[in-house]
Design a protein around this ligand. Structure first.
Ligand code: HSE
Length: 291
């Protein structure tokens, strides 16, 4: 029997659509696997009722098939599905590490990124590894088709989760299919600023680099009260605000001393619009760990 904890992750960070990701210190999923002749799944915890238990539809079940590693899989969700925190990716990453260990497959963490990404495709309909890479490797990650680069940044973050599920499939449909040269230049400038900021663990640079003229404005229309929450967080000291992954979670970068005030300003911002929300004060954290 093997148990693995895999962290929530925040993908895109504004300017790095389908490329940037970061592991969060909390929340996390836990997955326990035991050898079996065929794969079966049980899911408990946050939002478990929304997670399919059929092995072909569950990210962890798809990982078991990809690794040819049939198992009894228990998933304990600490990460609410459809919240923008890489919930399905965390289960896929935890299952990949656990089954690799259980069946002694010998894959490296980097090699497991593409395995877990196959599982992710079951949830979102497309293979993109910007959540599974940080869930496996930790830190801030830059994911390319030929591999992932990791930066061990130290950064205070707040993610604020409104009580409004958004499916990644739905959120990908509103992403524009082209962009102007001006928007391209601005995106490159912001993505470079953010990357330098992560290398220096500099909240001011990372916050500025979250700005994104293309994907986030299109998706903001899906997140009720996004503009008001962004403004409230900025007034409370956030150095930058964007949508976490495909939403509806909202991510803020802060200095450590402003973290608490930013968290409460974001919850207030949602509540003023009549939307229940909860804020998690967190930071850039480690990847999946075997318990
Ligand atoms: N990069 C992905 C997206 C992350 O924004 O659609 C969510 O799975």
């Amino acid at each position: 029997m093997v148990t693995v904890r895999a962290p929530a992750t925040t993908a895109n960070l504004g300017s790095g659509y389908d490329t940037f990701g970061a592991a969060l210190e909390r929340p996390a999923d836990e997955v326990t696997v035991q050898r079996a002749t065929e794969t079966t799944l049980t899911v408990t915890g946050a939002g478990a009722e929304y997670v399919p238990e059929a092995p072909t539809e569950n990210t962890a079940g798809v990982v078991a098939a990809t690794l040819d590693a049939p198992a009894t899989i228990e998933i304990r969700k600490g990460i609410r599905p459809a919240s923008g925190l890489g919930s399905s990716a965390a289960s896929a990453a935890a299952a990949a590490v656990a089954l690799n260990e259980l069946y002694d497959r010998g894959y490296s963490r980097a090699e497991l990124v593409s395995v877990a990404a196959e599982g992710e495709a079951a949830a979102s309909g497309e293979v993109h590894a910007d959540n599974v890479a940080p869930a496996l490797l930790g830190g801030f990650t830059v994911t390319r088709p030929d591999g992932t680069t990791v930066v061990d940044a130290e950064l205070s973050l707040v993610v604020c989760l409104p009580a409004q599920p958004i499916s990644t499939r739905e959120a990908r449909q509103v992403v524009p299919s082209s962009l102007s040269m001006d928007d391209h230049v601005e995106t490159v400038r912001n993505a470079a600023t953010l990357t330098v900021g992560m290398c220096r663990s500099d909240p001011a640079l990372v916050g500025r680099g979250l700005d994104d003229p293309v994907v986030t404005p299109a998706r903001a229309a899906l997140v009720d009260a996004y503009d008001a929450v962004r403004e409230a967080a900025t007034r409370a000291g956030a150095t930058g605000v964007t949508i976490s992954g495909s939403g509806p979670g909202v991510l803020a970068v802060t200095r450590p001393t402003d973290q608490r005030a930013v968290a409460s300003a974001m919850v207030d911002g949602f509540e003023r619009a009549g939307i229940d929300a909860r804020a998690i004060q967190t930071g850039v954290g480690d990847g999946a760990t075997i318990r």
